[in-house]
Design a protein around this ligand. Structure first.
Ligand SMILES: *[C@@H]1O[C@H](CO)[C@@H](O)[C@H](O)[C@H]1NC(C)=O
Length: 235
């Protein structure tokens, strides 16, 4: 971990350092490091803290289609994703991605056509030549047209730490994950699409306004007010 105090490295060690320890270090990263709240940064966080960190995905997610099973199942990783979801709920603009991204990762951790979450350790992955024989989930996720489906239209990077709100009252049930088959999502999807469209329009307007203000600044003259009232978005 390099977040707490730049220049100082902190060692966090639990019993076997493969479950709660990883949860702790990952959540510290989410709280302290704004890069961990981006699409790419979150991928490296999972790769570094969970996969290289040695969370035994094979054992813990052993209801997955490919796991061997052995009584060591535990929803530790889902618990981490849920914590991230709670942070997103408390800070809706601070994450570059939406909970669709978390749900996608959740699904692949249990059953996947990619090799990313297979096996329990780096040693096992090395012995089975996993990286030669399978494709990584991230290579799929990072296709621009796929990546864009996970983007949070409301994202505004926040460089400061995101202090989690620990009062139980505001914790919510992650319905989209836990009640996904009980509820219908058409209406929610529609509202999300409208919100995304509006956010896009606002961004375009802001950039037009910035251009105008820059012109004014460099030209040393004021913008005729009709130019500002004429700012409009096509469509
Ligand atoms: C969701 O649906 C399942 C299957 O129909 C049912 O067993 C479960 O009780 C439902 N859960 C809730 C919270 O409604």
């Amino acid at each position: 971990m390099h977040y707490v105090n730049p220049g100082h490295t902190h060692i966090v060690h639990g019993g076997e350092s493969k479950d709660m320890t990883l949860m702790m270090t990952s959540l510290c990263a989410i709280i302290l490091d704004s890069n961990a709240r981006t699409l790419r940064g979150f991928q490296s966080l999972i790769e570094r803290e969970w996969i290289l960190g040695g969370h035994p995905f094979g054992e813990r997610c052993s209801h997955s289609a490919y796991a061997t099973g052995g009584g060591e199942e535990a929803p530790v990783f889902v618990c981490f994703l849920n914590c991230v979801f709670q942070m997103m709920h408390a800070y809706p603009t601070a994450f570059e991605f939406t909970d669709h991204f978390l749900i996608n990762i959740f699904e692949h951790s249990y059953a996947s056509e990619f090799g990313t979450f297979l096996y329990d350790s780096e040693r096992d992955r090395h012995h089975s030549q996993l990286r030669k024989r399978t494709v990584s989930l991230w290579s799929y996720v990072n296709h621009p047209e796929i990546l864009s489906t996970f983007m949070n239209p409301l994202y505004v990077p926040i460089a400061q730490p995101l202090w989690p709100v620990i009062s139980g009252v505001i914790h919510v049930l992650w319905q989209r994950l836990f009640l996904r088959w009980n509820l219908t999502w058409d209406e929610a999807d529609e509202s999300a699409a409208i919100a995304a469209e509006s956010a896009e329009k606002v961004k375009k307007l802001q950039s037009q306004l910035r251009t105008l203000l820059n012109q004014q600044h460099s030209g040393g003259h004021s913008i005729p007010s009709e130019e500002i009232t004429n700012l409009k978005i096509d469509g």
